[in-house]
Design a protein around this ligand. Structure first.
Ligand code: ADP
Ligand code: MG
Length: 320
């Protein structure tokens, strides 16, 4: 197959066809029509084999996750996803790999009605870069910088299962076969919390998606907002699998491993009732884990009320 056949075969027959795409794949560039009174929200992420995933990882999961991490960023902005582009470098043309990769990619794309509108293909070490676009009504985007003293801090879903999966992969933790299935799914097929993010428009004072771990990502909110926080570890939403291994692994996988792709956000006292009314948009759960304070820094308290310090930091590609 040549480059054009490859694009046509695996990427052009896309299951999503949106009315706002004037020109999709096939011309020199794509053309889209954002509706009036909206901002276009743009995010990009690159996944590199050997850095973000193992070269022999399941291609369906790689396809899913490379889009999911981008949609998660749109969710954290309160945006509705609309379009994306896909840049691929491939060491060779492996048709089975491409078939499965596009299956994972388009499975998630279909779920959220987001259309592939262009991209690029080149020979090179296996890497996937996606740029995703979304829309948010004017002025309603969620930012990291709006947290106020007294706001309650929330997280969606459950934290730490991706970390359990990684620890198991590295043979640092024994899990039952059943548990492995649950946590590896959380690691390799994260579900971006888009419905949740959109429901938080006009309600949350700040938001971020948890890609590098709660400590690091909540830390970004605190820094951007010029505030501090207290969180209660006893309130952290942990899965049944995590709870069963809590004595063994401690809190740090839930606090600092990352890859959970849940949302962390703050809500003022005044908006608590509105959040309550929006509960139906949080089918994977929603818990209050702490409060924004004026004193800078993040303070943690364990289940018995004792101060807790973590040495774990969020993931940093350029840390020594
Ligand atoms: P050009 O040489 O003008 O950059 P390309 O040959 O790279 O054009 O691409 C031809 C068309 O195919 C363009 O519309 C481009 O957006 C699309 N395309 C290329 N690679 C991909 C891909 N991986 N996924 C989706 N569309 C792609
Ligand atoms: Mg090109």
């Amino acid at each position: 197959v040549n480059e054009f056949e490859l694009i046509r075969t695996y990427f052009q027959s896309h299951p999503v066809a949106r009315d706002d795409v004037v020109v999709g794949i096939g011309d020199d560039a794509a053309v889209v029509t954002p509706p009036p009174d909206t901002h276009t929200v743009i995010t990009t992420d690159v996944l590199v084999a050997g850095v973000h995933f193992l070269s022999d990882a399941d291609p369906v999961s790689i396809g899913h996750k490379s889009l999911a991490v981008n949609l998660s960023d749109l969710a954290a902005m309160g945006a509705e996803p609309t379009w994306f582009t896909l840049d691929l470098t491939l060491p060779d043309v492996n048709t089975d790999w491409l078939q499965e990769f596009s299956q994972g990619l388009f499975g998630l794309a279909r779920l959220h009605n987001v259309q592939l509108i262009g991209g690029d293909v080149s020979r090179g070490p296996l890497a996937i870069a996606i740029t995703a676009y979304g829309l948010v009504p004017t002025g309603q985007m969620l930012l990291r910088s709006g947290a106020q003293v007294g706001d309650a801090i929330y997280v969606t879903g459950e934290l730490g299962d991706a970390g359990l999966a990684l620890k198991h992969q590295l043979s640092l933790l024994q899990l039952s076969d059943e548990d492995i299935i649950v946590v590896s799914d959380r690691f390799s097929r994260p579900m971006p919390r888009l419905q949740e993010g959109m429901a938080l428009r006009g309600i949350a004072t700040s938001a971020i998606d948890i890609s590098d771990g709660l400590v690091a990502d909540l830390g970004h909110i605190l820094e951007a907002s010029g505030v501090g926080a207290q969180i209660y570890l006893g309130r952290l939403p942990l899965s049944a699998v995590y709870r069963a291994h809590l004595d063994e692994v401690g809190w740090d996988l839930a606090l600092a491993n990352g890859e959970d792709y849940e949302l962390c956000f703050t809500v003022s006292e005044q908006n608590r009732a509105a959040l309550d009314s929006a509960k139906a948009n949080f089918p994977n759960g929603l818990v209050m884990i702490g409060r924004i304070e004026s004193e800078a820094g993040l303070r943690m308290e364990d289940a018995s009320g004792k101060p807790y310090r973590t040495k774990a930091k969020g993931h940093d590609h350029f840390a020594d």
